[in-house]
Design a binder for this molecule. Structure first.
Ligand SMILES: Cc1cc2nc3c(=O)[nH]c(=O)nc-3n(C[C@H](O)[C@H](O)[C@H](O)COP(=O)(O)O)c2cc1C
Length: 372
């Protein structure tokens, strides 16, 4: 068993691993033109998930940068109450970006001014949303990838409207016959956009298949502004591989942070400083969940908060023994006390038994959960 073959294979694997590890330099801060992003590891905007409590919590756990959920520019201009709540910043200092969607340049520009007045340090534009209502109903989101002239008008108007950096998030293209992200990125750069994030899928893929990190390299090679790679990054290893394949300047992570708001802090520590942080112990995860729940109730109000928080509570329990029954019970609980009692009843025995959680809420969540 300990013969030459085994040892030489082991040495070969080790050498390959070292070569791979060495070939990826530490990530560097990026400059958005007067605004430095000290660590380009960014929490993805996710409607109905990355609300202000989630962003605040993620920030407190080391996430370097966050983006608000997508905000409809028309609703922002009407100063709709719910919309204003979505645009609330996390109050943690550091650059906070607010994302806007829409198809009318003047309304988008007006909405950009409003969010900057409310403290946004960066305005992000959504050219990636695949949802029918947005893309087909309003010719916004990913539909703008099919109309580069309309896209350019929006980009120009928004850059002109605000003194802060304007960034763009898009997909590879509408479908595999029109992979125009590199061209649109060039147009964006010419319009004064300071950074582009590419979700490595087409609109027609929605969330199916695998994100194509290698394609993102084509965008990176097309422009001089920073490019961020996005899609299916669930771990430190995925982040490294996405950077290796794309040559991007940073990563954006969404579903990987379901029930793991500490993930981006861990990935940032590794990519920026080579520090590999341990997964928090289960007792710490429970503490974070309770804090998350309290923040949600404070932000949304008790009754809506309990309802909206259910999916998050479930994500924290994924992969742990008894989580299916726990989820059902949480879905029926209607008071904060009842939810807390369920959390105690679920986590405390596992903590006592020394169970360590190795779970991945997103992989287990399944495609069916994805709303936007
Ligand atoms: C529930 C959900 C909501 C989303 N909402 C938005 C949004 O508001 N704006 C946006 O640009 N992308 C949105 N996305 C796309 C994500 O930002 C991201 O591009 C995509 O999920 C791929 O990254 P991931 O694999 O790390 O999740 C959403 C995705 C999900 C799953």
């Amino acid at each position: 068993m300990w013969g030459g073959d085994f040892l030489s294979n082991l040495l070969k694997i080790n050498a390959e691993w070292c070569e791979k590890a060495m070939s990826l330099p530490l990530l560097k801060p990026i400059d958005l033109g007067g605004l430095a992003i000290s660590a380009p590891v960014i929490l993805a905007p996710m409607s109905g998930v990355t609300d202000q409590p989630f962003r605040r919590l993620a920030r407190s756990l080391g996430t370097p940068m966050v983006v608000s959920e997508m905000i409809a520019s028309q609703a922002m201009v009407r100063e709709n109450r719910q919309t204003l709540k979505m645009a609330e910043l996390d109050g943690f200092g550091g650059p906070a970006s607010v994302q806007l969607a829409g198809c009318d340049p003047a309304t988008m520009a007006e909405a950009a001014k409003l969010v900057v007045d409310r403290g946004a340090a960066v305005v992000d534009i959504n050219f990636g949303c695949p949802v029918k209502k947005v893309a087909l109903g309003q010719s916004a989101g990913s539909a703008l990838m099919r109309d580069e002239i309309a896209a350019a008008r929006i980009l120009e108007a928004m850059v002109k409207a605000v003194p802060v950096p304007v960034t763009l998030k898009m997909r590879m293209g509408w479908d595999h016959n029109s992979l125009n992200a590199p061209n649109l990125a060039r147009i964006a750069e010419a319009c004064g956009i300071r950074m582009v994030t590419i979700h490595g899928r087409t609109r027609q893929q929605f969330y199916t298949g695998q994100a194509d990190w290698a394609f993102i390299r084509r965008v990176k090679e097309a422009v001089h502004i920073p490019v961020i790679a996005n899609g299916d990054i669930l771990s430190i290893e995925d982040a490294e591989e996405a950077l290796r394949q794309s040559g991007a300047d940073g990563v954006m992570i969404g579903r990987g942070a379901y029930g793991r708001p500490w993930l981006l802090g861990q990935i940032a520590a590794h990519l920026m400083h080579g520090i590999r942080a341990e997964e928090p112990r289960l007792a710490e995860q429970k503490r974070i969940l309770l804090e998350h729940h309290a923040l949600m109730l404070e932000h949304h109000g008790t009754e809506p908060g309990i309802r909206i928080a259910r999916k998050h509570v479930a994500w924290y329990s994924k992969g742990l023994p008894g989580s299916a029954e726990f989820r059902v019970a949480v879905n029926h609980a209607t008071s904060a006390e009842a939810v807390h009692a369920l959390i105690d009843g679920f986590f405390d025995p596992l903590i006592e038994q020394g169970v360590t959680a190795v779970r991945d809420a997103y992989r287990e969540a399944g495609e069916g959960r994805i709303a936007a």
